[in-house]
Design a protein around this ligand. Structure first.
Ligand code: ADP
Ligand code: MG
Length: 355
């Protein structure tokens, strides 16, 4: 028997999932090491606390459901519960299992399984797959359009030379101009086809250069604050493409906030960070935050597709082009948006990523 007890303890202590045991008053009586890790506090500090203090959600539904589970003896599983731990927000799957054994002090076992990382990996895989599908579509389409377009333009030119009536040339000129416009659009969608010209760059020099361009473009502001981490090392990148990507993102932020808004540029280094399915030792994150109206939920899934725009005069090419430029560097752009706070994260590996 005693052997079984230690075995159970060994299992509990070594689980990756946080396990919490509560008494009849929903006060904590045991927490395993994974739980201490999750809360960032030792069991000593946690034991005795009521469940509502521990599993603290914006709505009180979980507290109510824990109590219900205990009263009705029905277990429950709640997926993607958003919990607050101090000033950290995390997402967990929460499982609660009630016990009815009268002799036992334990009345409820709660498992918390943090899923932020999995959710982020899923989201990134989705973004990458979306981007690859888009690029394949554009390449295929460009190929199909280019050749006939060249033929069309050439024929219109020949026709123009043969036209007896000069006033009719207006029409052939329209064909030629429109063919050129379409050609330019295709070129922009395809992006530059030269190889990356990598050189050692300092991200803050790149950002300051972009800000100079923005300053010239919008002399009236908005207010742009910088929150730079000066310890970021230089790394190999194609500065022209980084400039293009960052310009696109900052221009979008300005069109969202107008010249009265506030924009913040933040740089950080992240350690042991995965982009797609590659784990990197060091990753640079450049964050562009604005206090504009945000991106409507329904649009958020689509903004990296070409031709998606809800701006008058917008081409819908800024974000897909920026995503492609960053993708060429092994990086990724992600977005989080709610009214009053939109943040674009540009992740760039600082190592070669072969880990
Ligand atoms: N910072 C932002 N705030 C609000 N909406 C944004 C922001 N950035 C992008 N968007 C939305 O994403 C759409 C696509 O952006 P983009 O690809 O640059 O195309 P465009 O700027 O030509 O519309 C924009 O039309 C806008 O609706
Ligand atoms: Mg844009």
């Amino acid at each position: 028997m005693s052997h079984a007890v230690t075995l159970e303890k060994v299992i509990l202590e070594n689980l990756n999932t946080a396990v919490l045991l509560f008494d009849a008053n929903l006060h904590l009586i045991y927490i395993n090491p994974a739980g201490e890790m999750l809360f960032g506090l030792s069991a000593q500090h946690l034991i005795g606390l009521p469940a509502i203090k521990l599993i603290h959600c914006p709505d009180d539904s979980v507290e109510r459901r824990l109590r219900e589970a205990m009263d009705t003896l029905h277990p429950f599983i709640e997926r993607e519960v958003h919990m607050k731990l101090g000033d950290r927000a995390i997402t967990v799957h929460c499982t609660a299992l009630p016990f009815h054994h009268p002799a036992s002090e334990v009345k409820l076992l709660v498992e918390l399984h943090q899923v932020d990382r999995q959710l982020r990996i899923l989201r990134e895989e989705h973004l990458l797959a979306q981007h690859q599908a888009t690029q394949a579509l554009i390449r295929g389409l460009a190929h199909e359009i280019r050749n006939p377009l060249g033929g069309l333009r050439g024929a219109a030119q020949l026709l123009q030379q043969e036209l007896p009536e000069p006033s009719l040339r207006e029409y052939t000129q329209i064909i030629i101009d429109e063919a050129d416009r379409l050609q330019k659009l295709m070129d922009r969608m395809l992006g530059p086809n030269r190889m990356l010209r990598r050189q050692s760059i300092n991200i803050h020099h790149v950002l300051e250069y972009v800000l100079d361009l923005i300053q010239a473009e919008y002399p009236e502001g908005p207010e742009i604050t910088r929150d730079y981490d000066p310890s970021i090392p230089e790394f190999m990148a194609d500065s022209d493409r980084l400039i293009q990507a960052l310009l696109n993102l900052i221009r979008n932020a300005i069109s969202a906030t107008g010249t009265r808004g506030r924009i913040c540029l933040r740089t950080r280094v992240l350690r042991q960070f995965t982009i797609g399915n590659r784990k990197h030792r060091l990753v640079l994150c450049v964050e562009i935050e604005d206090d504009g109206p945000g991106i409507p939920k329904a649009l958020q899934e689509q903004i990296f597709f070409p031709m998606i725009s809800n701006r008058p005069g917008g081409t819908g090419l800024g974000l897909p082009i920026a995503q492609e430029m960053i993708h060429q560097h092994g990086g990724l752009i992600e977005c989080e948006s709610q009214p009053g706070c939109t943040r674009f994260f540009v992740y760039l590996p600082l190592d070669s990523g072969h880990e």
